[in-house]
Design a protein around this ligand. Structure first.
Ligand SMILES: NC(=O)c1ccc[n+]([C@@H]2O[C@H](COP(=O)([O-])OP(=O)(O)OC[C@H]3O[C@@H](n4cnc5c(N)ncnc54)[C@H](O)[C@@H]3O)[C@@H](O)[C@H]2O)c1
Length: 372
């Protein structure tokens, strides 16, 4: 995985991109705000939603000139350069493929697909590095804190990563699942391991690289839903590190947390839905105080994680004709770890990436067709 740089390249000297948003619910406003903050890079020309009231309110709030009830009619009329797909996960594959087929690149919300099979088909519909391509929203890779850790790792300043914890312990009451697509294997693809913890596990993978084996349990402890509401996993990495990954929607004291103990320092990130530089903490090992602290302070600063940081890089990549920040292969890598958590739990054994190829039931559906 290539970590992005916090300093995006200067905007190429071309006209702003024509951008549309599909799905105007909860998360779409972060996309609209990010686009409207970049008028030299993008013009938000249209929004699409099957709910006319949601569409109208969204257009008024963000001054979007045109609205459409269907994606296809928008693609035909607007010929956008880029489409932000902010609909429920079960719609992503068809909508992403429609956009790519119309020559538009896509920034799709996480999770990009309900299964590895779907995500592979979406990747096959891409036009190559110059586009049209699909980027996935994994906004936590783009804060300067994450970039600094990666840079220190690459320079050798932190030594080898040894052990990590990666926790997404959030609270969602039962009525959170009233939206018809939530909590069901068919429409959400999985529970919080896929829908919520994936932000932290994606960041863990962006930092620690390829995983080699997972042992996990998923459980439904308290909510009246089809999927799990907690999962607990042990993940081994190719670089020798081992991590404990916990995801829960039952945790009244909510936090998102990654802690990695390297040979020369502990690096910790504690936040909830997004972080700034102050949410990171470095504790050097004895004997490395001056060296590690100096490297940490000299690294990149000033970029919070969030949609804006990633959207700027997506816009610049479309304009420059370069590969997207968070490629389909990056997204597949995170989805594969999620699939491994389910496969390990349902099959009661450790799972390696090679166990999840075509032919595995967990390749086609996160739950492998099983029930909890
Ligand atoms: N990156 C993040 O931090 C983050 C946070 C929350 C949600 N999400 C993701 O964003 C996506 C959307 O989640 P949400 O909470 O905004 O959902 P939501 O239900 O609030 O919004 C979805 C919108 O899509 C519309 N829609 C449904 N079918 C449609 C269709 N066929 N064509 C066009 N519009 C259609 C709905 O009417 C609704 O307005 C999900 O994939 C979710 O996992 C990401």
């Amino acid at each position: 995985m290539n970590p992005p740089s916090a300093e995006s390249a200067p905007a190429p000297e071309t006209a702003p991109l024509r951008v549309a948003i599909v799905g105007t619910g909860n998360i779409a406003r972060f996309h609209a705000q990010a686009l409207l903050a970049e008028p030299e890079r993008a013009v938000l020309v249209a929004a699409v939603d099957v709910d006319p009231d949601a569409l109208d309110a969204f257009r008024v709030r963000h001054s979007i000139p045109r609205g459409y009830a269907g994606l296809e009619s928008m693609l035909t009329a607007e010929r956008p350069d880029l489409v932000h797909v902010c609909t429920p996960p079960g719609l992503h594959r068809a909508q992403v493929e429609a956009c790519l087929g119309a020559g538009a690149s896509v920034l799709v919300e996480k999770p990009p697909a309900l299964s590895l099979a779907e995500a592979e088909k979406m990747a096959a519909a891409e036009g190559g590095d110059r586009g049209p391509w699909m980027a996935t929203v994994f906004q936590h890779r783009f804060g300067s804190g994450a970039l600094r850790v990666r840079a220190l790792m690459d320079s050798g300043a932190l030594g080898r990563p040894l052990v990590a914890t990666c926790h997404t312990t959030w609270f969602r009451p039962q009525d959170y699942f009233d939206l018809p697509w939530r909590g069901r294997w068919k429409t959400e693809g999985g529970g919080p391991t896929l829908g919520h913890g994936i932000h932290q596990t994606d960041l863990l993978l962006a930092l620690l690289g390829e995983w080699t084996e997972v042992s996990a349990v998923v459980r439904r402890q308290a909510r009246d839903i089809e999927t799990e509401d907690v999962s607990v996993a042990r993940v081994d990495f190719a670089n020798g590190a081992v991590a404990s990954v916990v995801t829960s929607l039952l945790s009244p004291q909510e936090e998102s947390r990654i802690r990695i103990d390297f040979e020369r320092a502990t690096v910790e990130l504690t936040h909830l839905y997004g972080y700034g530089d102050d949410d990171w903490r470095l504790t050097p090992a004895p004997g490395f105080e001056d060296e590690v602290t100096a490297a940490w302070e000299a690294g990149e600063h000033g970029v919070s994680s969030g949609h804006h940081a990633q959207v700027v890089q997506v816009l610049d990549a479309v304009r420059a004709g370069t590969p997207p920040p968070v490629t389909s292969q990056d997204a597949l890598s995170s989805l594969r770890l999620v699939a491994a958590v389910y496969a390990s739990s349902f099959e009661g054994r450790p799972v390696a990436p090679a166990d999840l190829g075509p032919g595995s039931p967990f390749h086609d559906r996160m739950n492998g067709g099983r029930s909890l």
